[in-house]
Design a protein. Structure first.
Length: 255
């Protein structure tokens, strides 16, 4: 099935990550990159892979970038990846043997979050639809994130994707501050009845950082991962604190 798949990746200053992602895609005949005008060495790395085709578009939203990418692909199947995703060998082998006619329109994949290249026991990342039929899919914004809506049945694959982001803390803080501003806007503008339990807790500001710390270290086993587990837990706590600050700021200016 591999020859029927085109990987789709969004990039912006991903020079510390993109090489590892592309190394796990050497089987692909064509890789479509939607780049938001990177200013680091990302483009130099991309141009070193002959199967990569780059389209540049000014970033407005993740969903818009992805939907633009869908228009550039002609194969039946798309493999949608972030620039810090690395396919495991087990997942590649599994996809290679998938039947073309199976009545399935999309496949979900689980993740293993990595800290400095080392996979953790647990993660907050849920399975995502990353492999799907092009004509059945459309992307929609969801707070600071985005999700793909795919018509038809879906199946969970057994192989994993490694989420291995090596960008420095300063870049992570910049991104999280931006993401949580968007997330705060979503929480404040969505009726409470339409929010999930988790989002209702996050909207209260105080409990979410404490719950996330316990969840990451105890329920997800991060304490057994040593300093890497604490690093990940502290990242998630800091992200929730940033969200709480954005909520307070938005509510203050609103009044």
């Amino acid at each position: 099935m591999l020859e029927e798949i085109t990987p789709l990746i969004l990039t912006y200053n991903e020079s510390l990550n993109i090489h590892r992602t592309l190394q796990s895609l050497t089987w692909a005949k064509r890789i479509v990159i939607i780049d938001s005008y990177s200013t680091d060495e990302t483009l130099d790395i991309l141009y070193s892979y002959p199967q990569v085709e780059i389209f540049q578009r000014k970033f407005d939203s993740f969903a818009a970038q992805c939907n633009y990418g869908l228009e550039k692909i002609t194969t039946e199947w798309i493999l949608s990846l972030d620039a810090d995703y690395v396919l495991s060998d087990e997942l590649i082998d599994e996809v290679k043997t998938l039947p073309l006619e199976f009545g399935v329109e999309s496949y979900q994949v689980r993740f293993k979050y990595c800290v400095f290249g080392q996979p953790l026991r647990g993660t907050l990342l849920p399975p995502r639809k990353v492999l799907y039929k092009r004509k059945k899919a459309i992307y929609q914004n969801d707070g600071h994130a985005h999700r793909v809506s795919v018509e038809g049945s879906s199946r969970l694959l057994s192989g994993y994707i490694y989420h291995d982001d090596r960008k420095p803390l300063s870049r992570w803080l910049w991104a999280q501050d931006r993401y949580m501003g968007i997330e705060a806007k979503k929480l404040l503008e969505t009726p409470a009845s339409e929010l999930s339990l988790g989002d209702r807790i996050r909207k209260q500001k105080i409990l979410a950082p404490i719950i996330i710390l316990i969840y990451c270290l105890i329920l997800k086993g991060g304490i057994l991962d040593g300093w890497r587990g604490f690093y990940y837990a502290f990242q998630r706590v800091l992200a929730e604190i940033l969200l709480a600050i954005h909520l307070i700021e938005a509510e203050k200016f609103k009044t």
